[in-house]
Write a protein that binds this ligand. Structure first.
Ligand code: NDP
Length: 263
């Protein structure tokens, strides 16, 4: 039987772990699939590429998640709300869009039971989707961002810029939702703000994975538990895989193979 083809579309994609994660699961579960990577410069070509290359399913990464939302024929309810898609499945001649990033994050923080007051540093696409799912799940989310512009997209949340920030709550989970520290050594907010958060913090969490960011180093220096973005990446991958294979396998079955990408 011909192998089904899956890919990650984005720019850049050369450092993505997704091909390894999905191929380990295909192999372990004896599923006839192959997952590759495709650097796509022009997002407006996304839909055509899907059909031209005969792709069954894809993950979509920076900077094409909003275009991915536009080009789907059908969207699940959560993708509709956040207007961003990171997983697409082709069924017949239709493209179905989902967003598994935010669900992956929600699952990744399950271990911090009882910690419900969350401060997000950053207000980009990932923060937006994740803030909505966390609020639905009963978390109180506050957003702190460098610039004011993006905060306009958070009418239902308490928001601050670095200049307007006042410590008005005891935040339990402090989350770096920015790309600060990804390719540089910067903190996501001024250090004097981080210092005010130490006493109530149960954990500092980063969505960046594969390196210890200055944000996580700061937490370790102050003996605060830390967590990087690896579990979020793993869980969003498992949720995408469930969609790719039309729920043929359970979360646990997929996890046992996909997590080998992180050893
Ligand atoms: P966006 O480009 O949409 O948003 C970037 C945000 O970061 C903005 O709020 C921006 O602030 C802020 N920012 C960027 N650089 C700095 C800096 N040096 N100091 C302070 N603030 C800064 O990014 P995304 O939401 O798409 O991605 C955010 C992060 O999430 C990335 O690091 C990405 O790798 C990670 N990610 C991880 C996943 C995982 O599975 N682990 C999944 C998806 C994303 P401003 O508005 O002022 O510009």
């Amino acid at each position: 039987m011909k192998k089904k083809l899956f890919t990650i579309f984005g720019n850049p994609v050369n450092h993505s772990k997704s091909p390894l994660m999905h191929n380990l699961a295909f192999k372990g579960l004896n599923y006839s699939g192959c997952y590759t990577r495709y650097r796509l410069e022009d997002g407006s070509k996304l839909r055509d590429k899907f059909f031209e290359l005969d792709i069954t399913g894809a993950n979509i990464t920076v900077p094409h998640k909003e275009i991915a939302f536009e080009i789907c024929d059908e969207l699940d309810e959560f993708a509709k709300r956040v207007r961003a898609v990171n997983t697409i499945v082709r069924r017949g001649d239709k493209l179905y869009g989902y967003n598994s990033d935010a669900l992956g994050f929600l699952k990744a923080i399950e271990e911090f039971k009882g910690s419900k007051r969350v401060l997000f540093l950053g207000a980009g696409g990932t923060a937006k989707a994740t803030s909505i799912i966390l609020k639905d799940a009963g978390y109180e989310v506050t957003i702190l961002n460098r610039s004011a512009k993006r905060l306009e997209q958070y009418p239902n949340f308490k928001t601050y810029t670095f200049e307007s920030f006042k410590l008005e709550d005891d935040y339990n989970l402090i989350v770096n939702m920015t790309s600060a520290g990804l390719k540089d050594e910067s903190l996501p907010c001024p250090i004097n703000i981080l210092e005010t958060l130490i006493s109530s913090a149960k954990a500092f969490i980063d969505v960046i994975y594969g390196k210890e960011t200055p944000f996580l180093k700061f937490a370790k220096q102050h003996n605060i538990p830390t967590k990087d973005g690896s579990d979020m990446l793993l869980y969003q991958g498992i949720i995408a895989f469930e969609k790719f294979t039309n729920n043929r396998f359970t979360f646990k079955e997929i996890e046992q193979y996909m997590k080998k990408a992180f050893y």
